[in-house]
Design a protein around this ligand. Structure first.
Ligand SMILES: Cc1cc2nc3c(=O)[nH]c(=O)nc-3n(C[C@H](O)[C@H](O)[C@H](O)COP(=O)(O)OP(=O)(O)OC[C@H]3O[C@@H](n4cnc5c(N)ncnc54)[C@H](O)[C@@H]3O)c2cc1C
Length: 383
């Protein structure tokens, strides 16, 4: 089947937009990407990259530079309100799923490098205000750019998606999250745990411990949105120390918390309208309990580039083929991460009992890792 190429205009320079830009350009498309901020910045400290995202980075030729200096944990631990280990899942074993952690900045810079090398034109300080199904991207300065394909990768609050009336449902978890990056110094957790990824649960509060390089430690705090004592800037230390006394040395290192992000699942009527594709958090935002939002954005972006280039029929048909291929697994991952997030609502004792059982269940582990194992579309067709 002959390959289709053309011109693409992309709104949004996050993980989804940059991956789509690089993947399309490597397949021969001319691509311009608009980012509304003055520079491409990564918010959010560290990020977990699983086999699916790593495979997309390999497709784009930037795997090695992304993972240089990354942290490979040995286990994912879950601990209860009394600091007892509920589960300790081995990771990065031969033949199994790979997961590593890096600074977000490193991932964004690698994707930016892939996009630039492939010839993508990046325009910063360029906000998109409207996408027309006929294939027009309208910018805040009033200019209108015609394209064979318009990609809206403008995040969970996507203005372009909402302008097309594509949002069908939005389910919030009612939780808030603050993220921090602090130096990795000895004594923050017991030495035998220092290399692992650790989820601590106490009451309705959650603390995530994630080494992200030899020198950087990424910490996330999550609590209910009405937990006023725990939310603030700087982070109020006492409520967190009383929930997690074992982590006091670590909690004392946390400072400014200007953002307390919320978690939600988005459901769209369709991932496309005419020549406009909706991608990444704009289409399928999910709570981060599986560490898969970025991985799914990369899978969807790689799949998009593959389908619009190598699919059959009109561009609109190829966009439908893309959605048919990618959406079921991503929708399943959204639902799964939402349910895992609901565990925070349970009381300590029944949750500990449930997590002990789930921690031993092979079926649960397989279901949890399904998206992580997904092979991105079109690995063979890359130049
Ligand atoms: C606490 C937390 C932890 C997470 N941990 C992980 C993890 O470990 N692993 C993982 O894979 N995922 C994780 N995620 C999810 C992941 O961060 C997101 O899924 C991913 O960043 C989505 O990328 P995106 O490009 O779709 O959207 P975004 O990252 O939101 O990027 C959208 C971009 O579009 C720009 N933009 C917005 N509007 C416009 C406009 N009108 N015109 C032009 N540009 C515009 C924005 O400035 C931004 O640069 C986590 C999320 C949270 C909240």
């Amino acid at each position: 089947m002959p390959a289709h190429t053309g011109h693409a205009e992309i709104a949004g320079g996050g993980i989804g937009g940059l991956t789509a830009a690089a993947a399309l350009a490597r397949r021969g498309w001319s691509v311009r990407l608009h980012e509304r901020e003055e520079s491409l910045r990564a918010f959010g400290s560290g990020i977990y990259l699983w086999s699916n995202g790593l495979a997309v980075l390999a497709q784009l030729g930037v795997l090695e530079q992304t993972v240089d200096g990354a942290h490979h944990g040995g286990f994912i631990q879950t601990r209860d309100h009394r600091d007892r280990v509920l589960s300790r899942i081995p990771i990065n074993r031969p033949g199994g799923v790979e997961v590593l952690t890096v600074l977000r900045e490193r991932l964004i810079n690698a994707l930016l490098g892939a996009a630039r090398t492939a010839g993508v034109r990046i325009v910063t300080g360029s906000a998109a205000v409207r996408a027309d199904p006929s294939g027009v991207l309208e910018l805040a300065d009033g200019t209108r750019h015609h394209a064979d394909l318009v990609v809206a990768a403008d995040g969970a609050g996507s203005r372009l998606r909402d302008g097309l009336g594509l949002l069908r449902g939005r389910r919030a978890l009612g939780q808030r999250c603050a993220r921090f990056l602090i130096p990795r110094t000895p004594g923050l957790v017991p030495e035998q745990d220092a290399e692992d990824y650790i989820e601590f649960l106490s009451g309705n509060r959650f603390l995530l411990y994630t080494p992200s390089s030899a020198t950087d430690l990424y910490i996330a705090l999550v609590c209910p949105e009405d937990d006023a004592a725990a939310i603030g800037d700087p982070v109020p230390q006492q409520p967190w120390i009383s929930a997690f006394p074992q982590a006091e040395p670590l909690l004392r290192e946390l400072g400014a918390a200007p953002r307390w992000d919320e978690f939600e699942c988005l459901d769209l009527r369709s991932w496309s309208a005419g020549r406009v594709a909706i991608l990444g958090d704009a289409a399928h935002a999910q709570p981060p309990y599986l560490g898969q939002g970025g991985g799914c954005a990369m899978l969807a972006a790689a799949g998009l580039a593959h389908s619009v280039t190598h699919g059959a029929g009109t561009l609109e048909n190829r966009l439908r083929q893309w959605e048919t291929r990618e959406r079921p697994l991503i929708a399943r991952t959204q639902r799964f991460s939402y349910r895992v997030g609901r565990l925070n609502d349970l009381a300590d004792r029944p949750r500990a009992a449930l997590l002990r059982v789930l921690g031993r269940s092979r079926r649960f582990a397989d279901a949890r890792l399904r998206a992580a194992r997904a092979i991105p579309a079109g690995t063979d067709q890359i130049r």
